[in-house]
Design a protein around this ligand. Structure first.
Ligand SMILES: *Cc1c(COP(=O)(O)O)cnc(C)c1O
Length: 380
C-alpha cells in the first residue's frame, strides 16, 4: 500500500535501463540513508530480511551446536536462518500486550549452550519487555538480535528499534512498512560485526536478473491493481500485460525448512533505487498508520476488546493493528467485512507463520494463534 505512481515509474525506468543495474551506487546510497534515518551506525542491504538475518548470525560468530532463544510466535524463515547455520532454536513464550518475548520466561530456557536471544517488535509495536530482555542478555552474556521486520521506524525513548541489540534486521517485503516487494537490511552499531557483515556480503552474488525483472513488474502491477485512481480499469489491464506476477515470499521448500539454492544474495541496484524512494515517504505513511490505529482503538473500546499496549515512551508504527477476538471470529472473518468494511488479516494460524506448525509450552502464543486477528492501517 505504500507503492505509488512514482514507484511504478521508477520500476518502468529500471526495466528500460538494464545496463544501469551494474552501477552499485544506489545500494551504497540506500545503506547510508537507511542507517542515518534509523539511527544505526552501519547498515547493509540484502535481497531479503531473512538473508540479512543469516548474515547477522554468521557475523555474530554463532556456531553449529549453539542455541538461540526465539519467540514461540515467529515467521518460519527466522528459525530457518538459524537451522541453516546448524544452530538449535529454543522457543520461549510471548506476552499478549505487544506479542513480544515475555522477559520473565527467558531465564529458564538458558542452557550452557545458549549464545543469543532474538527479540521482535511485532505488528510495529515496540516489545513490552525490551529493556528487561536487553538487561538479562547482558547479565547472561548473550548476544541480542532484534527482528525489526515489522517495526521499521518504531522508536523507544527517542531511539529507533534496532539500535539497542548487537545486530538488527529489517524487511522491505511487500507486506511490510517499507515496500520494495522483497528486500532486507542488516544493521549494527559494532564496528567489528559491521566489518564481518560487509565481508560476507562482498562474497555474495547478485540476484538473478530475471528475478529482478519480475520484482520490478510486480511493483508496476501492484500499483495499477491497488493504488491507481482508476484501478478498476488499470488493474485488469496490467494483469493482462504482466500476467499474474505474484512474487512468492516464502516457498513451499522454505516452509518445510529447506534452504533455497539461491539463498544468500546482495540487494540488486534497482531494488535500492526503489528503497530510496520508499524511505522518503515512510514517516508520512507511518503517521497515517498511527491515525488509523486511533480509530481501531475506539472500535476496541466500543466492543470491550483489549487494545494493543503502547509501551511508555515508545512510538509504534502499527504495521497492522492486532486484536484478540473470540476464536470463531478468527476462524471465520466474514463478520469483519460487514462490521468494519475491511478484510482482516489472520497471520499466524500457527506458531511458525505461515505454516500450521505449533510449538509446545507457549500458552500465550497458543492464545494468539487461536484469537489474534490484525486490522489494516493503510487502505483496506
Ligand atoms: C517478514 C518477516 C521476516 C522476514 O523478512 P523477509 O524480508 O520476508 O525475509 C522476519 N520476521 C518477521 C517478524 C517478519 O514479519
Amino acid at each position: 500500500m505504500t507503492l505509488d505512481e512514482d514507484d511504478s515509474r521508477i520500476a518502468a525506468d529500471q526495466l528500460r535501463n538494464i545496463s544501469s543495474w551494474k552501477n552499485q551506487g544506489p545500494v551504497a546510497e540506500y545503506e547510508t540513508q537507511f542507517a542515518r534515518w534509523s539511527g544505526l551506525q552501519f547498515a547493509f542491504a540484502f535481497a531479503s530480511g531473512r538473508e540479512a538475518l543469516s548474515a547477522c548470525i554468521s557475523a555474530l560468530g554463532l556456531l553449529p551446536g549453539d542455541e538461540v532463544i526465539l519467540p514461540g510466535y515467529t515467521c518460519v524463515v527466522v528459525p530457518n536462518a538459524f537451522h541453516y547455520a546448524g544452530i538449535k532454536t529454543v522457543y520461549s513464550d510471548i506476552e499478549l500486550d505487544t506479542y513480544g518475548l515475555d522477559g520473565s520466561k527467558i531465564e529458564e530456557k538458558i542452557t550452557p549452550n545458549t549464545r543469543a536471544v532474538l527479540l521482535h517488535h511485532m505488528y510495529g509495536l515496540v516489545s513490552r519487555d525490551y529493556e528487561q530482555i536487553l538487561a538479562l542478555a547482558k547479565r547472561r552474556h548473550l548476544k541480542v538480535i532484534e527482528d525489526c521486520a515489522q517495526a521499521t521506524g518504531s522508536e523507544y525513548k527517542g531511539l529507533k528499534s534496532g539500535c539497542r541489540g548487537d545486530v538488527a534486521f529489517y524487511s522491505s517485503e511487500q507486506s511490510k512498512i517499507l515496500n520494495t516487494i522483497q528486500g532486507g537490511m542488516a544493521g549494527t552499531g559494532d564496528a567489528n560485526i559491521a566489518q564481518r557483515i560487509n565481508d560476507l556480503r562482498d562474497q555474495m552474488s547478485d540476484p538473478n536478473p530475471d528475478w529482478v525483472k519480475m520484482l520490478l513488474q510486480c511493483v508496476i502491477l501492484n500499483y495499477h491493481r491497488f493504488k491507481h485512481p482508476q484501478r478498476w480499469i488499470t488493474g485488469p489491464l496490467a494483469r493482462f500485460r504482466y500476467g499474474r506476477k505474484e512474487m512468492v515470499s516464502t516457498t513451499p521448500e522454505e516452509e518445510k525448512g529447506v534452504r533455497p539454492s539461491y539463498y544468500g544474495r546482495k540487494m540488486a541496484s534497482p531494488v535500492a533505487v526503489l528503497g530510496l524512494n520508499q524511505l522518503k515517504k515512510i514517516d508520512r505513511y507511518n503517521e497515517i498508520r498511527r491515525q488509523q490505529a486511533k480509530r481501531w482503538d475506539e472500535w476496541c473500546e466500543s466492543r470491550k476488546y483489549k487494545k494493543p499496549v503502547v509501551l511508555k515512551d515508545s512510538v509504534p508504527v502499527y504495521l497492522r493493528y492486532p486484536v484478540l477476538v473470540e476464536p470463531d471470529k478468527k476462524r471465520n472473518t466474514a463478520w469483519a467485512t460487514k462490521e468494519l468494511g475491511v478484510e482482516v488479516g489472520v497471520w499466524f494460524i500457527g506458531h511458525i507463520h505461515p505454516t500450521d506448525r505449533s510449538v509446545t509450552n507457549c500458552p500465550n502464543a497458543d492464545r494468539a494463534v487461536q484469537q489474534c486477528i490484525n486490522l489494516p492501517t493503510l487502505g483496506a
